[in-house]
Design a protein around this ligand. Sequence first.
Ligand code: F6P
Length: 554
Amino acid sequence: MTAAPLHDLPPHHTDAARDADRALREHAEQARHWHLADLFAEDPRRFETLSLHAGGLLVDISKQRLTADTLEKLRALAAARGLDTWIRCLFEGGEVNWTEGRAAMHWRLRQPPRPQGEPDPVQEQLARMERIVKRILSGQWRGCEGDAITDVVNVGVGGSDLGPLMASVALHENHPREGRRPRVHFVSSMDGSQIAPLLDELNPATTLIVVSSKSFTTVDTLSNAATARCWLEQAFPKMNGAVLRCHFVGVSAKPERMSEWGIHEDNQLLFWDWVGGRYSLWSAIGLPIALTIGMDGFRELLAGANEMDRHFQEAPWEKNLPVLLGLVDVWNLNFLDITARAVLPYDGRLKHWPAYVEQLEMESNGKSVDRDGEVVDYHTCPVIWGEVGPNAQHAFYQLLHQGTQPVACEFLAAARHGRRNGNSAELQPLEEQHILTLANCLAQSRLLALGDRALAEDDGTPTHKRYRGNQPSTTLLLDELTPRHLGALVALYEHKVFVQAVLWGINPFDQWGVEMGKKIAKDMIQVLESGAGADGLDASTRALAAYVRERQPD
Ligand code: F6P
């Protein structure tokens, strides 16, 4: 599939865009003096005006420092930047990733099958993946000594780790309809600190390694994969090819590199250059998700995302969730100068959501050069960090409530827990814990927005006990944390990132900023091993390298 050229795209800098920008700046001058407590007091219908429900998600932006008028002005900016044409271009397979000369078609992976007879490489790979999943779940996939697989280790990093890890943990309560699922483990860090203790626990006879790497050149992944291979070859010294055949699956866009490494052709799952790494959980990179929740669950995840794709293309901007969230972030960053965002899931199942969002947003939009090759003179992506909300309350909420910096907060929770499996499913206290968690979520966003004005009774409260509020937030409530709702949520974020990139005039689909680091780290290995090349280094790095060298065993 080749990318269609970009067509009919308006230039980034137009008179209309400049006018829209100026109108927003003037508007922001007033907005700087607003307090959320006043905005709520003045408009009893604020929630109705500033919340939306679609795809099983309720999005409430009424605790953002904006009004309906602000949104209209932001939509004018989006129109002037040609957002409608860009959306069309994305879904027509246009070359939206212009620095790498390709389309970004992750949405293609969640389209329903084409009419009978039409060749469809996406469905072919999905069917291959399904066969592998079924063989593992049914116990037909055997290790080299004939044992069924009990443990699967996903070896990958970045998009080949964070998406499948986040979704597998989030949906762990959803069991496959058929068969028995293996335990699924994730190994990403290159230092061996994850894989070493894991291998100590696992039985090589019943372990399957999934080497996940779009490029199949990432050193982090290849070094962990080599360690796993060594472990298996030591366990079965006489088995030769059977170790690779029975204990390794590869997922990549580069089949020839998988073959070269030793992954048997039957065990290779493919995806394509037009799927960005951080947008790849919908491809065979999602194998660990499918092993956790079964293929039916995985297809539900795809269906939820596809529903959001259609919503993004069809809903008018007033009711379009990705457009709305993209505009809110642009308002906060570029007009209210709020340069940090905290991602706060009130649900332990979503504990990897912050890390997933950090990569999706900061690797996509942490850019400063526009389509014309010019360095932009405005901020692009905010600094994003996060933690499970209730734990973060005991860590960094102090700064959110009483620190000196504005931080845009993002609360995420499931309205209903829907616990169905496990011995604990019937425990009443667990239901109470769910309500307790939601109570904390709502209480925190309320206090952050309103401050203690509405709450404190005594005017004599000393200043160190006061809460000034006006910290803006969005609350996203999933009706329930199901595969379908999670699919919609992830697709919502992917498209939101695209909306922001269009407004900022940057390419969200490349990541040139990580290349140089990889290259110079390679040269540094030599410096540390033999000292060669140290003379050309800066004084700090040279001294640190010498310090490390002095402490290596002979
Ligand atoms: O960090 C750079 C990056 O290329 C990410 O974009 C990607 O998700 C990750 O490395 C892993 O890449 P690969 O899947 O090719 O091993």
